[in-house]
Ligand binder design. Structure first.
Ligand SMILES: NC(=O)c1ccc[n+]([C@@H]2O[C@H](COP(=O)([O-])OP(=O)(O)OC[C@H]3O[C@@H](n4cnc5c(N)ncnc54)[C@H](OP(=O)(O)O)[C@@H]3O)[C@@H](O)[C@H]2O)c1
Length: 350
């Protein structure tokens, strides 16, 4: 497993990280029993993965709990645990309790990487709370990062990160907290928007990037023969027409023709290269300039091992270029917004 230095820091992350959102089971990903989580985490460590990603919001805390159980007994200094606080919980008076609750659920006495899950503003916060008082008077950016700095001083967290922060939000956060280590952002063959602005900004500033949606929630894993067979939660993105799912919020016509054409081309390139589609998609994401670590959610050792195999050898620049070319029309259609769940105008990342 390749290790990559995170931005300008001394933190080294495995190029592939394990996404633990499905752990603990819930509506989005369905069931996940503890035995499977235990086995996948143990095997990840054996295969050289050191980064494990969770959030307080995932399955109402059960993801952190399940990850904590799975990590029990592993040497603490060989694993890097990242989790996220919801933007609605970033008041100076509430953030320390949320950090303590995450520590308790994870069974740890410090968190390696503590991130703010989405930018702190009313439109983003609405997705985390229905409390009108919080939506009307969200935490300030200053108090959120000052509190994180306190938690770092106390040794409760080792590094401060953000997630889903567009360039203006990252600039604003860096003004009050210069030691932000990284930004966690969506990045895959079907979700390339960060190439247009955020990835360039992070490279310029020496900020690490953890990419999520590496397999576009299963679409790039070749799990679904047609777009009609994609499950409801995974077809809420701007790739799909808004009528595809009653849970969809974006209200846009989608980019189904471009998505279908891109998937067919990726499948064909994978065939020509003698690789599976998830293998090729993972390799492409790992080749991204400025990408520190690519997250993959996997609940079985078979899938995990396939993803780790993909990380062993890089793609040639010619294949990367072919894939870039095949997915360019989709990137052009979806544009520079990397909030794939909201309309272009309602983008929560800005
Ligand atoms: N910061 C954020 O806002 C944010 C948002 C979304 C996700 N994330 C993080 O990113 C992690 C990854 O989640 P994601 O949403 O990006 O999903 P993803 O990793 O793109 O896709 C996960 C899906 O791909 C399947 N899969 C994985 N490897 C496979 C393989 N080799 N062959 C076939 N199928 C395979 C998984 O199956 P099984 O699960 O059934 O094994 C699951 O259905 C999350 O766990 C979370 O930590 C962060």
């Amino acid at each position: 497993m390749e290790f990559r230095r995170c931005g300008k820091s001394d933190l080294n992350l495995s190029a592939l990280g394990l996404g633990c959102w499905s752990f603990g089971g819930g509506a989005y990903w369905g069931d996940c029993n503890q035995k499977d989580a235990d086995v996948v985490v143990r095997r990840s460590v054996e295969l050289g993965i050191n980064y494990f990603d969770a959030a307080e919001a995932y399955n109402a805390g059960r993801s952190e709990e399940s990850l904590g159980l799975a990590l029990k007994g592993l040497p603490r200094d060989t694993i890097v645990v990242g989790t996220k606080v919801s933007p609605s919980n970033c008041y100076a008076r509430t953030l320390p309790d949320h950090c303590e609750a995450s520590l308790r659920r994870l069974g740890l006495d410090y968190i390696d990487l503590y991130m703010i899950h989405w930018p702190i503003h009313p439109h983003s916060i609405r997705h985390f709370t229905e409390d009108p008082a919080i939506i009307a008077n969200p935490p300030t950016v200053e108090e959120a990062f000052a509190t994180l700095a306190d938690l770092k001083r106390q040794g409760k967290i080792r590094h401060i990160g953000v997630s889903n922060f567009a360039t203006n939000r990252l600039d604003e956060a860096l003004r009050v907290c210069p030691d932000i280590l990284l930004n966690q952002l969506p990045y895959s063959l079907l979700a390339r928007a960060i190439e247009l602005e955020s990835l360039l900004q992070c490279r310029r500033l020496g900020i690490g990037v953890i990419g999520y949606m590496t397999l576009m929630q299963g679409l790039l894993a070749d799990l679904y023969p047609t777009l009609d067979l994609v499950p409801p939660y995974q077809r809420r993105t701007r790739h799909f027409h808004y009528t595809r799912c009653e849970l969809t919020r974006h209200g846009e016509a989608g980019a189904e023709a471009e998505t279908g054409t891109a998937l067919a081309a990726i499948r064909q390139i994978a065939k020509e290269c003698g690789m599976t589609m998830p293998e090729l998609a993972t390799k492409w994401a790992l080749a991204g300039q400025g990408i520190t670590c690519c997250l993959i959610g996997a609940r079985s050792v078979r899938k995990l091992e396939e993803n780790v195999r993909a990380a062993a050898e890089p793609l040639t620049p010619e294949v990367v270029e072919k894939l870039d070319h095949a997915t360019q029309p989709l990137l052009d259609k979806l544009g520079n917004s990397f909030d794939y769940y909201e309309s272009y105008e309602n983008n929560r990342t800005r």
